[in-house]
Ligand binder design. Structure first.
Ligand code: PMP
Length: 288
């Protein structure tokens, strides 16, 4: 595998950054996870826009323009001979001193890894996921806005560990008011009767690109979905739940905290939305 780093492609084994990079020392940087479907990079513009906004929010000047980043992402797929895969685009703050100040870091590093995709096992799409609510809270929006996709994922990692300890693959994270924010690496949607709901970003949800694509599909199909605060009670008593994410696409949830959701099988509307989503993945893509 060839990895883009520092303006060029190098072998995987040579893809290294300094131990003084603040990305490593402090989790200081931003990233994107992007999908490649049949030679089309899904929603590349949206991902690059989110990366730019994340970088702006943390006072990080991206060293490449939108077009340069877009070209480098496509090139990383071509160089690795991929037509389907997962792209990780990372921008670290770069080398600095051992102090916290970002001002000492003059050269942000752009890293692009284009690889095959590791999905949730297939049976979870037909049988649904069991998840729990993690005791680890989503980071407070006043501390770090959830819209920033930063390299600081430690609390998500702790929540993912909570899920694993309970024998699950995902966990719901609540915000510090106790409302549902999202899952450790996925957004969440739920249905009560004919109304869908998903937490707003101010409740602690990342503005997921997949979440946005699903909201677009819902709007086009005339399906009402509110961005609103959601309690655990509303989760436990939902008729349908699914999660969205770049890697997961739409994945049904059939049990939360030991409570069966709906009939205990993936919801009918969830499966229809998954179909509609899969229809779009090449249509809304940037061709290599
Ligand atoms: N929330 C978090 C915390 C994430 O890391 C991600 C991305 N894996 C998502 C939601 C889903 O966002 P997207 O649809 O852009 O992948």
């Amino acid at each position: 595998m060839k990895v883009y780093i520092n303006g060029g492609f190098v072998d995987e084994a040579d893809a290294k950054i300094s131990v003084f990079d603040h990305g490593l020392l402090y989790g200081d940087g931003v990233f994107e996870g992007i999908r490649l479907y049949k030679g089309c990079v899904f929603k590349l513009e949206e991902h690059l826009e989110r990366l730019e906004m994340s970088a702006k929010a943390i006072l990080l000047d991206l060293p490449m323009s939108r077009q340069e980043l877009s070209d480098a992402v496509c090139e990383a797929c071509r160089v690795n001979g991929l037509s389907d895969g997962y792209i990780r685009l990372v921008v670290t703050r770069g080398v600095g001193t051992l102090g916290l100040s970002h001002k000492n870091c003059k050269n942000p590093q752009v890293i692009i890894i284009a690889d095959k995709i590791a999905l949730y096992p297939k049976e979870f799409y037909t049988q649904g996921l069991r998840i729990i609510t993690s005791p680890t809270r989503r980071i407070n929006p006043a501390a770090l806005p959830p819209m920033v996709k930063s390299l600081n994922y430690l609390n998500n990692i702790m929540a993912k560990a909570d899920a694993g300890l309970a024998g699950c693959l995902e966990a719901i994270m609540l915000n510090d008011q106790g409302y549902v924010a999202e899952c450790t690496g996925d957004n969440i949607f739920l249905r009560h009767k004919d109304r869908w709901a998903t937490p707003p970003s101010h409740a602690g949800a990342l503005k997921g690109i997949t979440r946005g694509a699903v909201l677009e599909i819902m709007e086009a199909e005339g399906i009402a979905c509110a961005e609103t605060n959601i309690t655990r009670y509303e989760v436990w008593t939902a008729d349908e739940i699914f999660l969205t994410g770049t890697a997961a696409e739409l994945i049904p949830v059939v049990e939360v905290d030991g409570r069966r959701i709906g009939s205990g099988s993936p919801g009918e509307q969830t499966l229809k939305l998954l179909d509609a989503f899969q229809d779009r993945v090449t249509r809304d893509g940037t061709m290599l």
